[in-house]
Structure formats: C-alpha cells, structure tokens
Design a protein around this ligand. Sequence first.
Ligand code: ADP
Length: 229
Amino acid sequence: MQRQPPGSDTECCCCDRQDWISRTEELLCPDLLRMATEKLKNSKIIFVVGGPGSGKGTQCERIVQKYGYTHLSTGDLLRAEVNSGSERGKKLSAIMEKGELVPLDTVLDMLRDAMVAKVDVSKGFLIDGYPREVKQGEEFEKKIAPPTLLLYVDAGKDTMVKRLLKRGETSGRVDDNEETIKKRLDTYYKATEPVITFYEKRGIVRKLNAEGSVDDVFVQVCTHLDALK
Ligand code: ADP
C-alpha cells in the first residue's frame, strides 16, 4: 500500500512519516493501521491448510497465476526474517530447526503487516501455513478478520514424507530432513488437524484430495474458488 495524496482515506492523520510500512508495530502509524485493518474485513481471505509437503505452496502458485490473489506463506515470511540476520531471526531459527511452532504474536504481526501493505491492490489473500493451531485461528480473527474459506490440502503421511525428502534435495531448507520432517508431521497432526474441525463447524472447509497430480488437485481448487465469485 502506498501513501496516498491528502484527503484520501488512507492518508496518515496523526503524522507525516513516509516510511510507515514496517514489520514492527511501533513504527506503524496506529490510525493508519486501524483503517487498513478495517478494510481487510472486506477482503477475500483463504486459509490454505495441510501437512508439510502436502502441496500448499504449489497450489498457491497456481492460484496466484489464475486468480491474481496475494500469496502469503508464513513459512516464507519467517525464513525471510531468519535470513535477515536480525536478533528476532536468530531466535526464530532455533525454534524452526527443532520443527516447533514459533510464538503466535510474532507470526500474526508479520502476517498482518504483509496484508495491510497490499490491502488496496489485492484481489484476495491466500494465507499459506496459517493457522497451525486453533488458537492462531482465533487470534487471526480478533486482530485481522474472519476467513472466507479454508482449503484443506489433504495428503497421506507417506506422500508428504516422500515429497519433502525430494524437495529437500534442492530446497536448502533446514527443516527438510528426515528427523525434522517427523517432528513437523507430529506437530501437524496434534496442533493443526483440530483447526480443520474448528472451521468445519462454520461450513467453510473445502477438502482437496491431494494425492493426485498438481493438475488434478488444481481442478478441485478451481471448483471451490469459482464458487466464491
Ligand atoms: P507445502 O507447501 O505444503 O509444504 P509444497 O507445495 O512445497 O508443500 O510441496 C512439497 C513438494 O511436493 C514440492 O517439491 C512440490 O513440487 C511437490 N508437490 C506438490 N504437490 C504435488 C503433487 N500434487 N504431486 C506431486 N508432487 C507435488
């Protein structure tokens, strides 16, 4: 989101800083943040949930190409922070290498800042890899907005392990190794599967059979997204 000319409803009303897009709340103008967050309530927000290696990122790429949605992967946002070499990044790196979940507030703030930055130009948001636990979903709704739909990318354990080991050959990701994969899968089954049950009660879960080819899965995705228009 760019700073707008005077009179626009996104103009900062309590200061004239130009550098308000930032990853830390302290540097954001609170009024501007509130207005932008309000706009997010009218956006399409699609949670993409599934185990590691189920194909979330792959499907999101296809969705971006066809529907022009904004893809936000919490894993990518966190890895970018780690690569920046910041103090926060160092702490995050230690947690991620263990296959554990990073603190809720950290992920949520990064996500909200990234969404706010795009709210004026985005056709919709794909939130990939979040929520990883029910509490994350609840907090997202409190701080941002309720999701429109949840795409549940459902692949079996063997398929996920196979895909991750293959990805690990080239990804350079610290967590694509056999030991960490096991822990990530455990975390997924314990923490994330309850998320699906939580949103099923609202009738917004669309389950994808993710055992097939990328094209097969994408056909299912399109059916659900086309129904949203
Ligand atoms: P996630 O984002 O859920 O962790 P990715 O989209 O990165 O998963 O997919 C993990 C690996 O599996 C990638 O190497 C990707 O190319 C491959 N992959 C994804 N979907 C499929 C599919 N339907 N069939 C075969 N391989 C796939």
